[in-house]
Ligand binder design. Structure first.
Ligand SMILES: Cc1cc2nc3c(=O)[nH]c(=O)nc-3n(C[C@H](O)[C@H](O)[C@H](O)COP(=O)(O)OP(=O)(O)OC[C@H]3O[C@@H](n4cnc5c(N)ncnc54)[C@H](O)[C@@H]3O)c2cc1C
Length: 426
């Protein structure tokens, strides 16, 4: 699994990928997985004075952290604050809401503190409502976030039109703390911070086994190399290879395709994103767009039928952009890429205790940039010995989903149903 996918981010990255060759023999904490979660956990542990090694099976950016669209969104895709409280109880629900609500600030703070050059723009994030019922739902949701002290407001249809150039929306939720980044540069920048603080980052080290060794753990790589650690963090998201297998099978893997077009002209940029805000609407088959630093449009979609999806989806997403944004000229994809996001059955993040001092975390549910900045921190606190009862992300038993290998078929069926629902809503 050597990440060689051609993406907008590999083409435009400014920071180099950095990796260490010699594995240390022993560390305080071994981190399996070199995405945002693993790197953030490593950074936090180094700040707390622990020795750390990050073990990454492929290249840095091989997972969703290298493939995403770079929308920084500090909320839940599928739940409003009341739904979170109903699921977790008021106290635990509020703790998770505060954590998630501060997720975008956590990302932009880290970028600033560590001087990471990654096109970071905290412009706010727009969530336009498709249909009157969605508008009412978002108005109520914005009020609930405001009660938690967050700068979230509801724009009417005219204001939404001014912000997007689109007249199909009944209004929009505006979260002023959202924004955009260049995800691969952010990830590489986090890796540099880890190395600067004395940690090591190892590409091409797939962890096969983690077994008890005295008071700690022995990790065995696919290469045969070994490393011992007092504590272990599993930060492997949707992956099911080697030591990641059980946790990966507890989430639904969703394959998402992204495209970037050639740069939009200045008049179009002014019309569809006057304040540079990224957009993701409320449709079941959601419509998203943002601009990169050269004004390329970035959007994405999912394929109901996986065969031939790469080229088909690239064209379909570009056509949708041209139509929805009423672009002066039809756009074509400059680059198409794909990645896998992990969805938990209740759409909330979760921690797992896999042994004494061995923890895993998963469940960013498409809001992974802001969420991993918090999940990584919480995992680091678990490794530092904080009581699991006091952590703001719920600890759950690890239960691989039955028939996990068939979940993509269920996701395809759900997508077809979602498209039908959008048609009916129209
Ligand atoms: C196409 C796409 C678009 C997205 N867009 C957005 C967006 O715009 N905004 C947003 O907030 N979120 C988005 N997401 C979600 C977000 O990218 C993820 O939630 C986030 O990157 C997860 O980070 P992570 O570190 O937990 O996992 P990953 O980045 O997947 O990292 C896990 C790492 O573990 C490594 N690994 C696996 N098994 C092993 C092993 N046995 N040994 C060693 N290493 C191992 C993998 O190689 C991988 O690098 C998107 C996801 C996708 C796929």
């Amino acid at each position: 699994m050597n990440h060689t996918q051609d993406t907008l981010w590999t083409r435009t990255a400014r920071l180099p990928a950095e990796s260490d060759t010699a594995l240390p023999q022993a560390v305080d904490v071994a981190i399996i997985g070199g995405g945002f979660t693993g790197m953030t956990a490593a950074r936090e542990l180094l700040i707390a004075g622990r020795s750390v090694a990050v073990l990454e099976a492929g290249k840095i950016g091989a997972g969703a952290s290298g493939m995403n669209a770079g929308f920084v969104v500090p909320n839940f895709a599928k739940a409003d604050p009341n739904a979170v409280r109903a699921k977790l109880g008021t106290e635990r629900g509020n703790a998770l809401l505060r954590l998630v609500g501060d997720g975008a600030n956590a990302v932009f703070r880290t970028i600033e503190e560590d001087g990471i050059s990654c096109d970071a723009r905290q412009t706010g994030w727009l969530n336009p409502a498709y249909g009157a019922a969605s508008a009412e739902m978002l108005k109520a949701r914005a009020a609930l976030w405001r009660e938690l002290g967050r700068p979230v407001s509801f724009l009417d249809a005219d204001q939404t039109h001014q912000q997007t150039g689109m007249d199909i929306y009944a209004g929009a939720l505006l979260d002023e703390e959202g924004g955009t980044i260049h995800p691969l540069d952010y990830l590489r920048g986090l890796g540099q911070s880890v190395r600067r603080r004395g940690g090591t980052v190892h590409e091409g080290q797939c962890v096969e086994k983690v077994i008890r060794d005295g008071a700690g753990w022995r990790l065995t790589m696919r290469s045969g190399a070994t490393l011992t650690a007092a504590k272990v963090l599993l930060c492997t998201n949707a992956f099911t290879i080697g030591a990641a297998s059980r946790m990966g099978r507890s989430a639904v893997p969703l394959r998402v395709y992204q495209i970037a077009t050639t740069p939009a002209d200045p008049a179009t940029v002014k019309r569809i994103a006057p304040d540079g805000r990224p957009v993701g609407d409320t449709r079941q088959n959601l419509f998203t767009y943002r601009l990169d630093r050269d004004n390329r449009l970035i959007s994405g979609g999912m394929a109901a039928i996986p065969f031939g999806a790469f080229d088909r989806l690239g064209r379909a997403v570009a056509d949708r952009l041209s139509k929805e944004l009423d672009l002066p000229q039809a756009v074509t994809p400059e680059v198409v890429w794909t990645g896998v996001a992990a969805m938990t059955p209740d759409f909330l993040p979760r921690l797992h205790q896999l042994g004494e001092g061995w923890f895993g975390g998963i469940g960013c549910n498409g809001r992974g940039i802001a969420m991993t900045a918090q999940l990584g921190r919480v995992l680091a606190h678990a490794a530092l010995g904080e009581s699991l009862d006091h952590l703001p992300i719920p600890v759950r038993p690890l239960r691989p989903l039955p028939f996990h290998q068939f979940t993509p078929i269920v996701a395809s069926a759900a997508l077809i149903q979602a498209r039908l629902k959008d048609k009916l809503a129209k």
